[in-house]
Design a protein around this ligand. Sequence first.
Ligand SMILES: CC(C)(COP(=O)(O)OP(=O)(O)OC[C@H]1O[C@@H](n2cnc3c(N)ncnc32)[C@H](O)[C@@H]1OP(=O)(O)O)[C@@H](O)C(=O)NCCC(=O)NCCS
Length: 139
Amino acid sequence: MRPEEMAALHRMAFAYPRPWRAEEFTDLLAQPGTFAIGDSASFALVRVLFDEAELLTIATDPDRRREGLARARMDAWQGRAREMGAQRAFLEVAADNEAAIALYSGMGYQRAGLRRGYYQVPGKSAVDAVIMTRDLTQR
Ligand SMILES: CC(C)(COP(=O)(O)OP(=O)(O)OC[C@H]1O[C@@H](n2cnc3c(N)ncnc32)[C@H](O)[C@@H]1OP(=O)(O)O)[C@@H](O)C(=O)NCCC(=O)NCCS
């Protein structure tokens, strides 16, 4: 998947934070342990460092939602992260993002912390970020 496709999907999917540019995806993918899984309908970007995996972003085309694509991407990256030696996964999600929180909770992620006012939303109050984590050694 090309960085331009990732940027296009990111732009379609997110109201905030601001969309990431293709160059930003290129830079992230150049970092050790960072990989993307998916296609122009849905993709995930992940970084594995030692025994920890971090989901950097995940997005599904608004016209392709509720088809199980994000769940499939989650399964795929978690499998690859395990092969790379990750034992724990974590991610950050906006506290008002019910769809994503439902996705992660349904896959065994539990709330591990809160960053108050983490996301600045133009014209609105800041939104908290919830940190979620799961043990990757348990299937
Ligand atoms: C969150 C997101 C990636 C989910 O993508 P998706 O491909 O539609 O998700 P899936 O079809 O794989 O859904 C898997 C499960 O997640 C939950 N879920 C997904 N969307 C949901 C919604 N709108 N409301 C409630 N639960 C939802 C459900 O449990 C769903 O299972 P079900 O359809 O069998 O009930 C998508 O809504 C998106 O791109 N949102 C904008 C970007 C974003 O918020 N990314 C996460 C940032 S942390």
